[in-house]
Design a protein around this ligand. Structure first.
Ligand code: FES
Length: 154
């Protein structure tokens, strides 16, 4: 069931659009902000609230890769694997991250501190390779900078 806060925030978004379905992503982001991720039950509740089908909403969630459909760690690391980053050192960066964290892409550390996910272009191709942690963009990365960056996220 959606919380009163979630309903209120979604309703505030609805005021800006003629169709309820138009706030699908915003509604899922609101729920994710409160709960950390969006479960199947959340999808059903949001779908009911927006008068769309759960399958339709799930399709949007699948397409939009910043909606987490399973639990994530306290901090989410998104590592760009698109062309510029790929050419300029993505693989070495990913290997360093996996080695340092002891996990592979898609996994969460045992202490629940970090989840490591791939992502398509983060729009900073001229500063490749890049990664993002909790919305903070880190650019022009050498693999050796991974430890220093992650120290800032407890
Ligand atoms: S390719 Fe990585 S930011 Fe664009």
């Amino acid at each position: 069931m959606l919380s009163p806060e979630e309903r209120k925030e979604i309703e505030a978004e609805l005021a800006h659009y003629p169709r309820k379905a138009a706030v699908s992503i915003d509604a899922m982001r609101i729920v994710q902000k409160h709960r950390g991720w969006v479960s199947d039950e959340n999808i059903r509740d949001i779908a009911e609230f927006l008068d769309v089908s759960p399958d339709e909403l799930d399709g949007v969630a699948t397409f939009y890769n910043l909606i987490y459909r399973k639990p994530v760690g306290r901090h989410v690391i998104l590592v760009c694997n698109s062309v510029s980053c790929w050419i300029l050192g993505y693989e070495r960066l990913r290997q360093r991250l996996s080695q340092h964290l002891g996990i592979q892409l898609g996994d969460t550390t045992a202490d629940g501190r970090f989840t490591l996910l791939p992502i398509v272009c983060l729009g900073a191709c001229d500063h490749a390779p890049v990664l993002m942690v909790d919305g903070d963009l880190h650019r022009d990365l050498a693999p050796e900078s991974v430890e220093r960056i992650l120290e800032n996220y407890r």
